[in-house]
Design a protein around this ligand. Sequence first.
Ligand code: GSH
Length: 207
Amino acid sequence: MILVGQYDSPYVRRVAVALLTLGIAYEHDTRSVFGEFDSMRKTNPLGRIPSLVLNDGEVLIDSAAILDHIDETVGPERALLPRAGRARRQALKRIALATGAIDKIGSYNYERLIRPPALRWQSWMDRCLTQALGAVAALETEPWAEAAPLDMGAITVGCMLDYMHLTAPDLLPGARYPVLDALWRRLSARPEFRQTASQTYNVPRGG
Ligand SMILES: N[C@@H](CCC(=O)N[C@@H](CS)C(=O)NCC(=O)O)C(=O)O
């Protein structure tokens, strides 16, 4: 199977970390969603990443749908989203907060980096930040057991934290978020995160 999309995308990254955590081999297609937009649209009509091309050629789009398929493939005992009850509700809540924050930080980043300066809309950027940082503050109050197995909630929050550190590190002072800072350091040291770390944020710059 082929995972399409670069690792500076936290959505691509959470799929990659899940595949590595489960020991599922994959090839990596590193086409740029911005630089190779027309080619990307042939893989996913939305022109977005990630996509997962299965061995029979079927293309899955959207990280949630891809992760759902991966969990189904490995079966309930190994699935990364807990099967039921409180653990499942907790993971789903963490995923909702982290993916919501990623979307809002993403909008903030696109606005301040891609959009030409004269067209930037400050009150929209402020609103995005308020929403993202509200989710981050809620995640800071979650109980993160050190010995807990790596599930999809922790993986997604880890990818969100790394995305923020990569693209807007000023938003995440460790002293303000000590719980998340400890979680980020723990997760970043894991081989699945190290193997998929990105040093650069590859979006076009609007000036
Ligand atoms: N809900 C989607 C979100 C995917 C997404 O936002 N991908 C971004 C990269 S992080 C993208 O493709 N951006 C390019 C664009 O939307 O034009 C998922 O979970 O896969």
